[in-house]
Design a protein around this ligand. Structure first.
Ligand SMILES: Nc1ncnc2c1ncn2[C@@H]1O[C@H](COP(=O)(O)OP(=O)(O)OP(=O)(O)O)[C@@H](O)[C@H]1O
Ligand SMILES: [Mg+2]
Length: 219
């Protein structure tokens, strides 16, 4: 059984690539799962992270990165699933053909949202795409301040929608970026940090959701 986790959000800079890398590292290192990555974003940030990782870890890097183009993605996912327990797809900051295929093929779409009005409003297009494809999804609050009235108000707005909000949120933590430049996940560089605890909780929450839902029929 291979689970496909698509990280999508048309708002740029929401935290898609960061989430993809840290979740992938957690599943690979902490859980020993075989992870395949797809980087659909022309910026190729996840690819860059993977290249640094491959150089630094050499054979110890057990993840694979797959080439991907929008129209060939469905076939490539089928091939990748033969040797992977989990496929993590990083989408670009716009809902293009590749994103649509990735949302359709996913067992779950994970959508990072930063708790600011601009980010919440800009999430609408991705939420509509998720609804259209009928894929289970989870909103992840990213860079969440510990206390803010604005945040509370925005969360109430988000909760009115049909996509549930993950119980595990991520704080605004510089250590996420620091481990990213080393080609690593936070659970590898600072395993006992608050940031690592947040990612582990989120990784477990997503895993519980997909494994309890079982594999969706291929689209
Ligand atoms: N929880 C966090 N705490 C601190 N910084 C964060 C956090 N999440 C993301 N960032 C930072 O925010 C910036 C944008 O994150 P990232 O590149 O992951 O977003 P993205 O959604 O992939 O962007 P794009 O749409 O351009 O692909 C990066 O500099 C990243 O290090
Ligand atoms: Mg990105």
């Amino acid at each position: 059984m291979t689970y496909i986790i698509t990280i999508a959000q048309q708002k740029g800079g929401a935290g898609k690539t960061s989430l993809a890398a840290h979740l992938a590292a957690t599943w690979s290192i902490d859980k020993g799962r075989r992870v395949a990555l797809f980087d659909l974003d022309p910026q190729k940030s996840l690819t860059h992270w993977f290249q640094v990782r491959s150089e630094k870890l050499a054979e110890a890097n057990t993840m694979s990165l797959w080439p991907s183009q929008g129209w060939r993605l469905a076939n490539e996912l089928t091939r990748a699933s033969r040797d992977a327990d989990v496929i993590v797809i990083d989408c670009p900051g716009k809902d293009d053909l590749g994103t649509r295929v990735a949302v359709r093929a996913a067992d779950i779409v994970v959508m990072p949202v930063q708790p600011s009005p601009i980010d919440v409003w800009a999430s609408k297009t991705t939420l509509e795409l998720i609804a259209k494809e009928g894929t289970p999804a989870l909103i992840v609050l990213n860079r969440l301040p510990s206390r803010a009235k604005l945040t509370d108000h925005l969360i109430v707005d988000l909760k009115r929608g049909s996509v549930p909000i993950a119980r595990s949120a991520l704080g605004n933590r510089i250590s996420f970026a620091a481990s990213f430049v080393e080609g690593k996940g936070i659970t590898e560089t600072e395993p006992h940090s608050v940031a690592a605890a947040e990612i582990k909780l989120l990784a477990d929450e997503i895993w519980r959701k997909v494994s309890s839902a079982g594999r969706r029929a291929a689209a």
